[in-house]
Design a protein around this ligand. Structure first.
Ligand code: XIL
Length: 320
């Protein structure tokens, strides 16, 4: 069973200046979110800096609202994320903790957050972006790996599993669409973890693509090799950005190429038995993170800034 998901713009980060946030305040946005999608992911609100603003203090307001919205509309939820090098609060990154304290902080976080949504979150991105492009662990950047060693990755999965035995636990990253050094690193690590009976259930590729590069042609083959390990697979943050012309408007050719990429990504997922989620990272250009993070680029989603469906929208519809 394949769910079609989207990230929910619950405010925060690239939209910080735009409070109140779209999820709370934009009626048309909410309507489309309810109508078109069978799964949702919080774009920011389950990340450490939002959900764990001070040591031992949790803010579940927006995360709860998103989960409740999903339940009212019969949607799945993907939890994102528990173990990452980015969007961590300053109290954590700049704190002066002993190894024992840090371990306890991570344990408390995972137990509290995963436990709160026990039985209500289908998949958790437990570990996000732990390898660099050459397939090395991000030991310097990732506080947990740096301070506690790589063994902490298995602990994170074990603790998440204890807190919610029904949730499927994922490794998630970008640049792992193709068979390459980075996806090879995941393949090897996951094989080791499975051999040690660590509760790892899935591997997901974010799929942040650009029309300036070719489509990752071995996506299906790559998902299939993880499927062959007995894992679930998912595409979790699909978008296809492009360099915008002077006018700021994409050309018809760009939109066609984008549609082709979206369609190929969905086809790859459809081609793999256990690929269970095709999730896009926002459905409207109105709120997309892309123009803020990639200068001069944009138009990365399937609806424009007025919610008008683009060729990509129709390409996905006709592929399903
Ligand atoms: C992005 C959000 O879309 C932005 O709002 C935020 O400012 C930065 O993070 N990989 C991930 C996501 O795993 O969490 C990122 O989301 C995009 C890249």
């Amino acid at each position: 069973d394949l769910v079609i998901g989207t990230a929910v713009a619950g405010g925060g980060h690239h939209l910080e200046q735009d409070y109140p946030d779209p999820f709370t305040s934009d009626k048309e946005y909410r309507k489309l979110l309810a109508r078109h999608f069978s799964s949702v992911s919080a774009e920011n609100q389950m990340k450490w800096e939002y959900i764990h603003p001070a040591r031992g203090e949790y803010d579940f307001g927006m995360a709860d609202a998103i989960v409740e919205f999903a339940e009212r509309h019969g949607q799945d939820v993907r939890g994102h994320t528990l173990f990452w090098h980015s969007q961590n609060p300053a109290w954590l990154e700049e704190g002066d903790f002993t190894d024992e304290e840090l371990r306890e902080i991570l344990h408390d976080h995972i137990t509290t957050v995963v436990g709160r949504y026990e039985g209500r979150i289908d998949q958790w991105d437990v570990a996000n972006e732990i390898f660099d492009s050459s397939g090395e662990l991000r030991t310097e950047e990732n506080i947990w790996i740096r301070e506690l060693g790589p063994g902490i990755i298995a602990d994170a999965f074990r603790w998440a599993h204890e807190a919610d035995p029904s949730a499927e636990l994922y490794f998630n990253d970008y640049g792992v669409e193709d068979v390459n050094a980075k996806s090879d690193a995941y393949y090897e690590l996951i094989r080791e973890l499975l051999a040690d009976d660590v509760p790892v259930h899935g591997f997901s590729a974010q799929v942040h693509l650009s029309t300036q590069y070719g489509f990752p042609g071995s996506l299906e083959e790559n998902l299939q090799r993880f499927d062959d390990l007995g894992l679930g697979t998912a595409l979790t943050e699909v978008d296809v950005r492009m360099r915008l012309p002077e006018s700021g408007e994409p050309t018809p050719e760009q939109l066609e190429q984008q549609a082709d990429y979206y369609e190929q990504a969905l086809s790859a997922c459809l081609g793999v038995e256990g690929c269970g989620s095709f999730t896009i990272w926002g459905f409207t250009d109105k709120y997309s993170w892309v123009p803020v993070f990639f200068e001069g680029e944009g138009s990365a989603t399937i609806m424009d800034g007025q919610f008008t469906p683009k060729p990509s929208y129709f390409a996905l519809k006709s592929t399903l």
